[in-house]
Ligand binder design. Structure first.
Ligand code: GLY
Length: 309
């Protein structure tokens, strides 16, 4: 029998780890536990990049991305651009369990969620609407002609102040791995933009035979290196989770150098089938993660991989 382990991105992942670790200790499956943990964060309006109350897109719509994966069966499901449904991770799980597909998007994902009995809800908080209104260029100066500028005006740096994806990875008593990713994506994104979080192999990959991995940060850059799949394949080839995470952060740096851009904010977590953990991030990401291991919950700082190292 395996000793349960959970890890989750960012310090707000502690809530997910608290919920998931109790379920794993009670003998629940890794997938049940990590999704319950992620849902606790989706319900928390103080986390501004996950679930309800999170940061809307450029035209004020709050759209959610999520995926789930079961390491035993490699079953997976995902939704992207889901609107007016509270828990994107719960809908992603239904896609996995009730359809032959992996990913549903936009109106189709919403239609499916409604068919499955999820209630239609209003996702905005008053604070979120106010903040969006203040940040929108057409509202910056009263009376000024509306000007739509480049997406860079709406792309905030990702850090502890505006958070990012919650990714939760778990190992259950039966020795199976499960994982989930859920987010509202990059704050003030262009409508229709999809990041790494609902993309199996980018934001998340889980395989009992190799390990589980998840990402957070600038989704475009995680997609560019197939981040989580890259990490899991490194573990399959014998790397420990910590080394695999550091290699993924180095790869992000190397791609940035090759493309002549500043290395983006990205971070990775990983969990081996034996319960070993790893975490690393690119320079100045100040990435923290929450972990439950040997009965103890801690929030730890990940190793930063600086350029040219
Ligand atoms: N990592 C979340 C996103 O880029 O949407």
């Amino acid at each position: 029998m395996a000793e349960p382990v959970v890890l989750a991105t960012w310090s707000f992942g502690k809530l997910a780890v608290e919920v998931a670790s109790k379920l794993l200790t009670d003998g629940k499956s890794a997938l049940d536990a990590v999704i319950a943990g992620a849902q606790a964060v989706e319900r928390d309006p103080t986390v501004r990049s996950v679930g309800f109350g999170s940061l809307p897109d450029r035209i004020g719509r709050l759209t959610l991305d999520s995926c789930v994966m079961d390491g035993q069966t490699l079953n997976c499901g995902a939704v992207a651009g889901l609107e007016h449904i509270r828990s994107a991770s719960a809908v992603a799980r239904r896609v996995m369990e009730k359809t032959p597909h992996v990913l549903l998007t936009g109106e189709g994902a919403k239609w499916f969620a409604l068919q499955q009995g999820f209630p239609l809800e209003m996702p905005h908080t008053l604070e979120g609407i106010q903040e969006w209104f203040e940040k929108h260029p057409t509202n910056k100066k009263k009376g000024e002609k509306a000007v739509i500028r480049g997406p860079e005006d709406f792309t905030l740096p990702i850090d502890e102040s505006n958070h990012d994806t919650i990714t939760v990875l778990g190992l259950d008593r039966a020795g199976h791995l499960g994982g989930v990713c859920t987010t509202s994506g990059l704050a003030y994104k262009l409508p229709g933009r999809v990041g790494d979080s609902p993309i199996i192999g980018a934001g998340l990959y889980v395989d009992d035979e190799a390990g589980a991995a998840g990402a957070t940060g600038v989704g475009e850059e995680v997609i560019r290196i197939s981040g989580s799949s890259f990490l899991v394949e490194l573990m399959r080839a014998g790397k420990k989770p910590q080394e695999a995470c550091e290699l993924a952060a180095k790869r992000i740096n190397a791609v940035a150098i090759r493309r002549g851009v500043h290395p983006p904010t990205c971070a990775f977590i990983a969990l081996s089938p034996k319960g070993e953990i790893g975490a690393a991030c690119t320079e100045a990401t100040a990435f923290q993660y929450a972990v439950f291991k040997v009965g103890k919950i801690e929030v730890l700082k990940a190793k930063e991989i600086v350029l040219n190292k």
